[in-house]
Design a protein around this ligand. Structure first.
Ligand code: PLP
Length: 407
């Protein structure tokens, strides 16, 4: 992408011209949430101003338009991740709710005492805690794939963990702390040879890399709208029809029913069986709009450009005295976690903020990973396609300045 392409893109994001403490905003907290392009905000406004009505239940015009918009969005999302069927796309509130849904419903259908779930050491709490809750409920065990000191999973150890008690493997596509892109296709192949299904946490992958759930042969793939330039409160669970059909509903009420009597309720077909209550139909429309925006730029272009930013920032940051990058996997997404000497990440983050630079500090909701590294947390800069090398230059100068102040 050329500089003028990037400038055009930046013009689509009004927030990027904000001043923070009198300085130009440099937003490097994209792994936490992304900023929203004008078209997404306008789409939300359009929905509320022109066709807001509860979906699926109304015979009236507005309800039909809103229902159609919601289902049209489902189709756009299915195409985007190459799902075979629209009904394999379940709308959730986000990645966390999607994983909780699978941990509950898959757990109810397929898990029993003594069974095991395999996760990795680099998982976000959202891909640890729901499985721990399942383990507590059923008397099961959580097994953990370790990594090497670059932040790459140890595949031999992974193979050793799988056995006849393993019910499911749950793995991040991309680590939100280390940026490691895990070899999910290989992980899935190995699990499938043992007839074990795999859930992929795609929260940090879908905004940055082309994802094809059919090619990956993922059994479940989950992500959040707000990390891919859409609104908060909307997310996606992709599940293979064969699993979703065998799993009981997660929550009751709303459109998930077929018939209800006081004696017995029968459930709706997919995807509605898993969408209890009034869905976030405006969120789904916003998500489809964001996806179309991203598709217009092209995931491959985004991936290439963000890798350029990653390499540029990695080289520049390496010049800072005493700076250590946490996570140096060969396959990395545009996330850089680092520490400078023994400066506390929180202090670094606070002072960078005063210079208008938004980074994240702390354990990044991956406490077991941070503990395993024996560090108090990291400073994390995470990039998006609207970031520039000039911003990285300013950021690196700021890191140098703050390091000198705090040393
Ligand atoms: N998984 C990963 C890898 C993440 O980075 C995040 C958020 O940072 C989540 C899960 C949770 O996403 P959400 O809070 O949108 O449900």
């Amino acid at each position: 992408m050329t500089n003028s392409d990037i400038q055009d893109i930046r013009n689509d994001f009004p927030i990027l011209t904000e001043k923070i403490h009198g300085k130009n905003l440099i937003y490097f907290d994209n792994a936490a949430t992304t900023q929203k392009p004008r078209c997404v905000v306008e789409k939300i406004e359009d929905a509320y101003y022109h066709y807001n009505a509860n979906i699926h239940r109304g015979v009236h015009y507005l309800s039909q338009v809103a229902t159609e918009a919601n289902e049209n969005s489902r189709g756009i999302i299915a195409n985007f991740i190459h799902a075979k069927n629209n009904h394999e796309i379940i709308f959730t509130r986000g990645t966390t709710e999607a994983i909780n849904l699978v941990a509950f419903s898959f757990g109810e259908a397929f898990c029993k005492e003594g069974d095991e779930i395999v996760v990795s050491v680099m998982e976000h709490h959202s891909n640890i805690v729901p499985w721990q809750m399942l383990c507590e409920r059923k008397g099961m065990k959580l097994r953990v794939i370790p990594m090497n000191d670059r932040g790459e999973l140890l595949m031999d150890e992974y193979k050793q963990l799988l056995n006849e008690k393993t019910r499911l493997v749950a793995i991040a596509h991309v680590s939100n702390v280390l940026g490691t892109i895990n070899p999910v296709k290989e992980i899935i192949n190995i699990a499938h040879k043992n007839e074990i299904p795999v859930l992929v946490d795609g929260a940090q992958a879908v905004p940055h890399l082309p994802v094809n759930v059919t090619e990956l042969d993922a059994d479940f793939y989950v992500f959040s709208g707000h990390k891919i330039y859409a609104s908060t409160g909307i997310g996606v669970l992709y599940g293979k029809e064969k699993w979703l059909n065998l799993m009981p509903p997660y929550q009751g009420g709303g459109e998930m029913i077929s018939t209800v009597t006081f004696e017995k309720t029968t459930y709706n077909e997919l995807p509605f069986k898993f969408e209890a209550g009034t869905p976030d139909y405006v969120g789904s429309v916003a998500l489809a709009e964001a996806i179309q925006y991203v598709e217009k730029i092209g995931l491959q272009n985004i991936d290439n450009y963000e890798r350029e930013l990653l390499n540029y920032a990695t080289a520049k940051l390496s010049e800072v005295e005493g700076l250590r990058i946490i996570g140096t996997a060969k396959e990395k997404s545009a996330v850089i976690s680092f520490l400078v000497g023994n400066i506390h990440p929180y202090d670094m983050g606070m002072l960078l903020d005063k210079l208008g630079i938004a980074v994240r500090t702390g354990h990044h909701c991956a406490q077991p990973l941070i503990d395993s590294l024996g560090i108090p947390g990291t400073v994390r800069a995470s990039f998006a396609f609207y970031n520039t090398k000039e911003e990285i230059d300013t950021f690196v100068e700021a890191v140098k300045k703050v390091s000198e102040m705090l040393r």
